[in-house]
Design a protein around this ligand. Sequence first.
Ligand code: COA
Ligand code: AMP
Length: 635
Amino acid sequence: MSHDPFLAMYRRSLDDPEEFWASAAADIDWAKPWDTVVDPSALPAARWFVGGELNTCYNAVDRHVDGGRAEQAALIYDSATTGEVRTFTYRELRDQVALFAGVLSAHGVGRGDRVIIYMPMIPQAVIAMLACARIGAVHSVVFGGFASKELAVRIDDCQANVVVTASCGIEVDRIIEYKPLLDAAIDMTASQPEHCIVFQRPMVSADLQVGRDYDWEEEMAVATPHDCVDVLATDPLYILYTSGTTGQPKGIVRDNGGHAVALKWTMGSVYDVRPGEVYWAASDIGWVVGHSYIVYGPLLHGATTVLYEGKPVGTPDAGAFWRVIAQHGVASMFTAPTALRAIRQRDPEGTLIQGYDLSRFRSLFLAGERCDPDTLAWAEEQLRVPVIDHWWQTETGWAIAASCLGIDEPDVVPGSPGRPAPGWDLVALGPDGRQLPPGDVGALCARLPMPPSALYTLWNAEERFVETYLSKYPGFYETSDAGFIDDSGYVHVMARTDDIINVAGHRLSTGALEEVLTSHPDVAECAVVGVADQLKGQLPVGFVVLKVGAAGSDDEVASDVVALVRTAIGPVASFKSAVVVARLPKTRSGKILRGTIAQIADDEPWTMPATVDDPVIFEEISEALSTMGYPRLAD
Ligand code: COA
Ligand code: AMP
């Protein structure tokens, strides 16, 4: 049998995880070595590097200054929206982070305290994250496309004392003022944060409330640099909220030690990037990809990271990504398939690519949603580098399945994100909990313990953590993705098993959207389903049933609920279609048949469920869909 280097490493990671991850941990600087590599019996989930002490910011920044990379670029800020390009060396980044850590400390933030960061894609956001890590505080970044209510829920859940924000973000050519959104959020919170630190961008000057709000620059001017504080490997580094099945988001908690070890390891092994090279994740710091691969991964590795403020198209054109790769000598890039679809729509022949020198570009990684083989083939043909789909989740923090370029040659199977990555003992389980044979679709689950950097609880919600992820299949972590593993060991991710839909690589809960719709006084009940969209993968569509004697007309209520979602959840929900229907299709037991509605919308074959009450309802739903232009057949 021919030697398969990937398989050899994969086996090693499962046969002797302690040896495998202890050897990876040697690439991290520890203030105190760990006593136990992994404690699989810890509750509610395994803990890594127990007893060890380190500082994540030290490993991401100071260590490189001390180790000969002081003058190397750590971060390149490239704003396609303002035209500004600014490079921070590791020394400059260290100095800024140490000063801002001093600012936080002066505002009473210490080890274990929570800080909300609600910022656009500017260097100050990264500085704020690293400054929290420096003093052992726990950051929670909230994506700028979320509205005040979502921000308020997060502030309250993690009981943040300090919020860091900026005066505005820029969406292509539209200024989004952040401070009024923050002020409205604070008005809604029960646990009023004591201080807000506001970075004033030149386009907008935010009003500051005396005694509560402070100007970033003024605070930095009088701050004393703060040194790194050693924390336990098992102490939390950050909380990142993600969609759950209700309006209450789940606070994914990541530790310091396991996170640093796993992310540093992935930079070489998964992405095949060397220290000193330029790596670019075109995501947002509000998402897990931004945490792992704009901020922590590349910096822990001593690489140069690119912070891109812009879009794949429209800032100014569909050549923006290729311009950034060429201008900054990017070796490897990470984006979502939806971004490639947007580029392809505008530049199908890849004409704009020809204008750029991509000779240093070696690989493109994709995640966030399944990459359709057509988009994959287009990207391969245009870019002539390996295009790697890899599968992961906010919960895992890094790839569960990937073609690991640093371990072996690329092995791309279109439609599959590759084989399970080292450390991930992945299986497809049937409803009875038994492991399914290759090719059979089941619940994709990882045998416990999960490798380092995976979540170990939900903030303030340990029971919910156990119930959501560990209860249905004892001994396994349930990913909530359905799929199968084929004969050759390649994973195929098919669909979510919960009510989460994937809109432009962003995760949205239809349950949370429905909660907003039912808050309208005229709405008796509703259903939100994810329908296929050529650009964004899926889009949410709402069906509402009005109360008897509703005050608004059908059209009024439909446009009201669209507006409600924009203010309650935010523009990121891309919720633009709602329609009033007389009733919703349900089973006799009252379960709304969302899946069948989606099949009708997508023009997929569907069968009338045997348990349905009244078959005529489906005709009404088809009519309602056609008023909104569904099914939308491919052009
Ligand atoms: N602050 C405020 N508003 C924001 C925002 C932010 N940070 N990010 C997005 N929005 C708004 C947009 O302006 C848009 O508003 P609109 O309804 O008024 O047009 C809405 O939220 C939806 O945004 P988006 O999904 O980005 O749609 P788009 O039509 O502007 O762009 C794509 C489409 C495909 C170009 C875009 O979705 C994209 O770049 N996707 C890549 C996603 C990605 O990288 N995901 C990370 C996972 S790896
Ligand atoms: P998020 O937590 O926002 O990163 O979303 C995670 C979810 O996105 C996963 O559970 C999948 O449903 C989906 N996803 C992410 N990457 C992929 C991929 N490469 N292939 C298929 N689905 C993916």
